[in-house]
Ligand binder design. Structure first.
Ligand SMILES: C[S@@+](CC[C@H](N)C(=O)[O-])C[C@H]1O[C@@H](n2cnc3c(N)ncnc32)[C@H](O)[C@@H]1O
Length: 233
């Protein structure tokens, strides 16, 4: 029987907080509406706020468990990826993007996943969990997992055809450190290599500015739509 792959939930404390607060607020609203809580006029708004919070939490979970996979499937299918490409996934987590990329490569390619396995960024995050997914997927393309910081990659320059990174760079703080990560991605890419960066929208101007400074000029930016909503647009 095929083993089910486990990907964890991104930033698990966020949907727990949204749904937890939403439920409490919703109950207060229902009690106020039912007259159990008296001398309170805001039952309607309270109910609406509770529903809004719960919807935000559910949207977050949708993006983490489904939306992000659709984004990468669509993104990668838009490129003519050579089957012998060498790929690095920066902040690979449970390997969601490595596994999607693997569909485009053969045994002459290679995918290297790099991560620090931070469980606040993805639940049950560990090199062993990712290794288990890669083994269970029975890939023909060779893969490697490296525990390293994407701000200081243990690789020589100009090694990779693609650097991919999925909802990972925004986790690095402050801005100067995110810029270090982009500079490292640029350093390890071959001259004609491509960086595919998918992240929360709030930092897109910062990323574009840094990539231009590094010498990348052929830059395209797309909105992911509902599949990329984390609680909201
Ligand atoms: C939200 S998770 C996304 C994981 C995966 N890319 C995906 O889309 O499923 C962010 C990942 O970035 C990793 N990460 C955060 N800061 C990092 C750093 N400085 N170097 C390497 N990995 C990092 C976390 O450990 C986590 O696995």
């Amino acid at each position: 029987m095929k083993e089910k792959l486990k990907y964890g939930v991104d930033a698990p404390s966020v949907p727990i907080l949204y749904i937890g607060v939403g439920l409490i607020v919703l109950i207060v609203g229902i009690l106020a509406l039912a007259g159990v809580i008296t001398h309170y006029n805001g039952a309607g708004w309270t109910l609406a706020y509770g529903i809004f919070m719960i919807a935000g939490g559910l949207t977050f979970i949708h993006t983490s468990l489904r939306g992000k996979f659709v984004i990468w499937k669509n993104l990668l299918s838009g490129f003519k990826i050579k089957r012998n490409s060498k790929v690095i996934d920066l902040g690979c987590g449970h390997g969601a993007v490595m596994l999607e990329m693997a569909k485009h490569l053969d045994q002459n390619g290679k995918i290297t996943g790099v991560d620090l396995w931070r469980s606040q960024d993805q639940s049950n995050n560990s090199v062993d969990a990712t290794k288990k997914n890669l083994v269970a997927a029975n890939l023909s393309v060779p893969t490697e997992l490296v525990t390293a910081d994407m701000r200081d990659l243990p690789f020589k320059a100009s090694q990779f055809d693609y650097a991919v990174t999925s909802f990972a760079v925004h986790n690095i703080k402050p801005r100067a450190d995110r810029e270090k990560a982009l500079a490292e991605a640029y350093r390890v890419l071959k001259k004609d290599g491509k960086l595919l960066l998918v992240d929360t929208g709030s930092k897109h101007k910062e990323y574009i500015q840094k990539l231009q400074e590094l010498g990348m000029h052929d830059i395209t930016m797309n909105q992911a739509g509902f599949n990329g909503w984390w609680s909201g647009p």
